[in-house]
Design a protein around this ligand. Sequence first.
Ligand code: NAD
Length: 491
Amino acid sequence: MAQMWIDNEWRDAADGRVFEVRNPATEAVLDTAPRAAVADVNRAVAAAKRAFPEWRRTPGLEKAEKLHHAARRMREDSEGLAILLTKEGGKPLPENRDEIEWIAACFDYYAEIGRDVVGRVISPVARNQFNFVIKEPYGVAGLIVPWNYPLLLLSWKLAGALAAGNTVVAKPSEWTPLSTLRLMRCFEDFPAGVVNVVTGYGPDCGMPLVAHRDVEIVAFTGSQATGRKIAVACAEQLKKCHLELGGNDPFIVDDGVDLEVAAKGAAWASFLNMGQVCTSAERFFIVGKGYDEFVDRFVAYTRTLRIGDPLGPDVDLGPMINAAQREKVERKIAEAVSAGASIVVGGKRPERFAKGYFYEPTALVNVTPEMELMREETFGPVAPIVRCKDIDEAIALADASEFGLGANIYTNSLEHAMKAAETIHAGTFWINDPLTDNDAGPFGGMRRSGVGRELGSEGIEDFRDSKHVHMDYVIGAKSYWYPYRYDRPKE
Ligand code: NAD
């Protein structure tokens, strides 16, 4: 039975309750995790609050050493973490090995960013003044994350929050708590209470964390629906709230590009982690005469993808996370087909698996903008492909969305690339290289895809508040104090 990490101790839930964690490839129970409720959240927040005064004053270099040490431990435990991630999340092992390397790199990055500038000196308004801005941590940060990249999405928040001097209570998804708890071994050398993890469900563990009066900032990654509830709860307390929500990313293939490369890139952008990536490409716009060839190549390549046990070997696609996600995808495809769309590849459960939430990677044509598949986030292995007469139509359709997380284009034209990058609302815009992250660049959503940014210098700034310090280093009475003078000429 896994335990929570609170105040540098491994703990069960106060009331002893647990929940089961299952392997989505086999549906077998992997382990149980504590089902935390208000008492556990209170305990964790109290520990983080006690730890805050000392951690915020810890010098940057010392914090950096601790963050680098955690990164080293992540690399040492890389294989164990990657296997556990695979078992509870269903991504193929190579993707989870990458996830561990990325989280270690993220901690290394913020270790250094955190010991760089912590404010600025500003120009005074009068003689003998000295003015500066200090960037301060908020206090206890509540971090809530989903199941699709459990450690990466946590690390993008945790590394920035800690480097900024906050202490943390994190809540992983109820679908993938085990790898997060194992990750806590990497923080055993941190002072007690700086990093805490509570495991449980949204309403009885996540919401008490959001609503806790001693939690000064909430950073959330997950669905729009949950994000809205969290934003409302934060607004009740006028609490700072950072939201990384869903997307419905467009992918443009311009006329004249190498369609073999574009089709492979498109399939990867659509089917990576069974399309359960917030920046999965979910709408494909093919410009000009290459449309038919693109569809043929996309279908042929998709047929070569190997579905199976994500621990491998020789597997490209594992299962989806759970029955509900798979059923949601099936429903959306069925609705699109009944409204006139045609499936050109996939569109059903593979027959050879008696257990597991497997689904064939799917592409559809004859889709229209009104279909839910095109309007809402699908979060599954589904590629709707649209024919466009020219680049302007493709850009206009790509931007016709309430979301704005990521966007992609394959093009040989610098003019088309820049036109698309300038026009389309997206926190990240990829040209000829889909879905690549960079710790040094900000990540987040425009429009309804989120509020705030992770990664880059923005990712630490979002965990810092600004204090302006004003000083007059020559003490003296001011001419504009009382009593006021009224000797100005009357108008
Ligand atoms: P979800 O919103 O159902 O759950 C996310 C987290 O919120 C979980 O830990 C869950 O327990 C918790 N939660 C649920 N209800 C809550 C409540 N009332 N109060 C507090 N916490 C609550 O999302 P999910 O299904 O786990 O993840 C998929 C979604 O996440 C997709 O919409 C995807 O686009 C989004 N996502 C966004 C990004 C990004 O960076 N923008 C990254 C990955 C995933």
